[in-house]
Design a protein around this ligand. Structure first.
Ligand code: SAH
Ligand code: DHB
Ligand code: MG
Length: 219
């Protein structure tokens, strides 16, 4: 077996151990695929990880940036503290429509709201405090989204960002790869920001080689 095949097989093994069969999540993936959305949602294991992070801090207000069809939104919405709320921002109307259907199917339409619009505009319109921000939209926007996330997240809260390794492209971003340039600038800002303590989890598996950044806003 190739190294890549082995990493994927182990990821599948982990997912099958720690993520139970879940009709709502399965329907979410099917609904998104049937509507022609790209299949780029977080993996089951990544969903479980962001769910656990939100639960560990007892999150009552979560902001997601980049909803797609609402797969990660369901994970985060399920982690919300009773009476908590989640806002998820999505640019594409077709994605918003699927996400709203999936949230209704999950019984989360009372607590989770999808805002249609550009991430930066929508973030600027929000007021603190959030307990957690999950960044997963266009990676060239990450540096600007980080500034907003720092404004919005309370002390002790979390900023989590997907796709910050990009098969290693962040080591030396090509001048034509705006996403790698954005992710690399984001990582640099995350590492050097005086209000943050952070790390990147390098990940291999069903979504290839990438990474998830996790940062805590200092008290
Ligand atoms: N979080 C989702 C995956 C998000 S994919 C999940 O794991 O299930 C990235 C999403 O960001 C896409 O739906 C894309 O339309 C959206 N997006 C891209 N640029 C955006 C922008 N400027 N503002 C808001 N959303 C954007
Ligand atoms: C891709 C993967 C992601 O997790 C994402 O947020 C955007 C794009 C991709 O594989 O292209
Ligand atoms: Mg992603």
């Amino acid at each position: 077996m190739s190294e890549e095949g082995l990493f994927e097989a182990v990821d599948t093994y982990i997912n099958s151990l720690f993520v139970e069969d879940d009709p709502v999540l399965e329907r979410a993936v099917e609904r998104a695929a049937a509507a022609g959305l790209p299949e780029i949602q977080v993996s089951p294991g990544q969903g479980k990880l962001i769910y656990l992070l939100a639960k560990m801090i007892g999150a009552r207000r979560i902001l997601e940036v980049g909803t797609l069809g609402g797969y990660s939104t369901v994970w985060l919405g399920r982690a919300l503290h009773k009476d908590g709320e989640l806002v998820s921002i999505e640019l594409e109307p077709a994605h918003v429509k699927v996400a709203r259907e999936t949230l209704a199917d999950a019984g989360l339409d009372g607590s989770c709201r999808v805002v249609e619009g550009k991430a930066l505009d929508a973030m600027q319109a929000l007021s603190p405090p959030f307990d957690m921000v999950f960044l997963d939209a266009n990676k060239d926007g990450y540096p600007a989204y980080l500034k907003q996330a720092i404004r919005l997240v309370r002390p002790g809260g979390l900023i989590v960002a997907d796709n910050v390794v990009r098969e290693g492209a962040v080591l030396k971003p090509s001048s034509v790869d705006a996403n790698a340039i954005g992710a690399a600038a984001f990582n640099q800002a995350l590492a050097s920001h005086p209000q943050l303590e952070a790390i990147i989890l390098q990940q291999v598996g069903v979504k290839g080689h990438d990474g998830l950044a996790v940062a805590r806003v200092k008290d």
